[in-house]
Design a protein around this ligand. Structure first.
Ligand code: S3P
Length: 172
C-alpha cells in the first residue's frame, strides 16, 4: 500500500470536497495543491495567471507537487491540469494511490459555470464547448495516470465516493 492518496480529475469534479472528507475519515492530512501555490506566492490562482502567465503557474504546480509527494500519510488534491505534466504524473504515481474522479461534462459545466477563480474558464464565448474540448484532450491522461477511478455525476453521494476510495486504497 502506498503512503498517500492523490485525487486527479477535471475542474469541478469534486477533488477538494471529496479529499477533505476522505482525509478526515482516514485520519490523514489534507493538502490542496492550488491552495499551497496561493499560500506560497501570496496571490490567488487568477492573479498568478494574470500577472505571471500559465507557464509560471505550471512551474509552481510542479515544484509543490514534488515537495508534497515526499510527505507521508496525506491526501493530495491536485489541480485539474496537473496531469498534463509527465513529471507530476511520475511524482504522484511514485508516492500515492492515484484516484481519478471521473465526472460527466454536464455536471462539471453546472458546477463551474459561475466560477470566478478558474482562469482557464474565464472569457470563453461558449463555455460548454470549451470544457468539452479540454475534457477530450485530458480524459485519456486521467485514465492512464490513475490506479483507480470512480464515476461522478450530479446525484453521486460524496460519502459513497469516499467509501469506495477507502476500500480500494486499503486493498491496494
Ligand atoms: C486548472 C485547474 C484548477 C487550477 C488552475 C488550472 C486546470 O484547479 O489548478 O486554474 O488546468 O484544469 P481545479 O481543478 O481545482 O479547479
Amino acid at each position: 500500500m502506498k503512503y498517500n492518496i492523490a485525487l486527479i480529475g477535471f475542474m469541478g469534479s469534486g477533488k477538494t470536497t471529496v479529499g477533505k472528507v476522505l482525509a478526515k475519515s482516514l485520519d490523514m492530512k489534507f493538502v490542496d495543491i492550488d491552495r499551497a501555490i496561493s499560500c506560497k506566492v501570496k496571490k490567488t490562482i487568477p492573479e498568478i495567471f494574470e500577472e505571471f502567465g500559465e507557464a509560471y503557474f505550471r512551474d509552481l504546480e510542479r515544484s509543490i507537487i514534488e515537495e508534497e509527494s515526499a510527505d507521508n500519510n496525506i491526501v493530495i488534491s491536485t489541480g485539474g491540469g496537473a496531469i498534463i505534466d509527465n513529471v507530476n504524473i511520475k511524482n504522484l504515481k511514485n508516492s500515492s494511490f492515484v484516484v481519478f474522479l471521473d465526472c460527466d461534462i454536464e455536471t462539471i459545466y453546472e458546477r463551474v459555470k459561475r466560477s470566478k477563480h478558474r482562469p482557464l474558464l474565464l472569457n470563453s464565448n461558449n463555455l460548454l464547448e470549451h470544457i468539452t474540448n479540454l475534457h477530450e484532450k485530458r480524459q485519456l491522461l486521467y485514465e492512464i495516470s490513475s490506479d483507480f477511478s470512480i464515476k461522478i455525476n450530479s446525484t453521486t453521494n460524496i460519502y459513497d465516493s469516499v467509501e469506495k476510495i477507502k476500500n480500494a486504497y486499503i486493498s491496494s
